[in-house]
Design a protein around this ligand. Structure first.
Ligand SMILES: [Zn+2]
Length: 277
């Protein structure tokens, strides 16, 4: 599933490739995503110029000249690729090209999503400010609001596992399963620890390490498992730098103890029983 680093990597690529371009026309081949694409989306977006691409949590916000914003969530398996000269994107099945935008330089911006859990909505800026999906999201992990003090406040009295709390989008935006495992390994905290029992010093490490891990992942184009592809149809390379995720039974890179897998909140979690307390 694309997580924050994949979405941010995609945002940066698309910002270079499509900002300044005008949408000439759009075609919706399959409207049945997680929620149906509005029947008038194609007509409303035709003629709009793309002025900026921003991101909030895992939502891409393609801002148009004037008042509209195309909000895109990649769901479990979605991708947006910019294709030139009719070239197909590598690794993507064209049967899952659900929405495509023809741009004024002749390139195609294509939304492909085999599992169709994604979301695509054209909103006004005012609607964007009040939309429930965005209003409930916690601070971005790169801002000063995400700090040891903040984590201390939101974890006291919490009996749930620290890993579930880190993955709760209301607590912090965009930390998914892979990165939560990696962050907790580097912070030396077991994923199963009760959030309310994690010490101030450990929370300080988590607050510092979270943006580091995510930045590293963004620099590597994200992590690819299965169907994720970035805007050029390339897989992410952070998978080569994973220290615990998906490494059950393999030696810890720090102490050589076999990495263990445990299920936390119905998701597979990986940790070193020696390095993580
Ligand atoms: Zn270890």
């Amino acid at each position: 599933m694309p997580e924050l680093p994949e979405v941010e990597s995609l945002r940066r690529i698309l910002a270079r490739e499509v900002v300044g371009r005008r949408v000439v026309s759009a075609a919706v081949n399959e409207a049945r995503l997680r929620r149906a694409v509005a029947p008038d989306l194609a007509a409303r977006i035709a003629g709009c110029a793309i002025v900026r691409i921003s991101r909030r949590a895992k939502y891409l916000l393609i801002e148009m000249h004037g008042d509209s914003v195309l909000m895109v969530h990649l769901g479990m398996s979605g991708s947006l690729t910019c294709r030139r000269n009719g070239a197909a994107a590598s690794g993507l099945d064209p049967r899952h090209d659900h929405v495509s935008f023809t741009l004024d330089d002749g390139s195609l911006l294509v939304y492909n999503d085999p599992r169709r859990f994604g979301l695509m909505k054209l909103l006004s800026r005012a609607e964007l400010d009040s939309i429930a999906e965005l209003a409930a999201i916690g601070p971005e992990p790169f801002g000063s609001a995400f700090s040891a003090d903040y984590l201390w406040r939101v974890t006291r009295g919490r009996v749930g596992a620290i890993k579930n709390l880190l993955m709760d989008q209301r607590i912090v935006a965009g930390v998914g399963n892979i990165y939560a495992s990696e962050i907790l390994f580097r912070a030396g905290v077991r994923p199963t620890r009760r959030a309310g029992r994690v010490t101030r010093a450990e929370l300080g490490r988590i607050a510092a390490i979270t943006p580091q891990v995510l930045r590293e992942a963004i620099g590597s184009g994200g992590t690819t498992f299965r169907s994720y592809r970035d805007a050029r149809g390339q897989p992410g390379r952070f998978v080569e730098r994973l220290r615990v995720y998906d490494r059950a039974g393999q030696p810890c890179l720090v102490c050589a103890t076999p990495i263990r897998a445990v299920v936390v909140g119905q998701r597979s979690s990986f940790f070193c029983p020696r390095c993580q307390k």
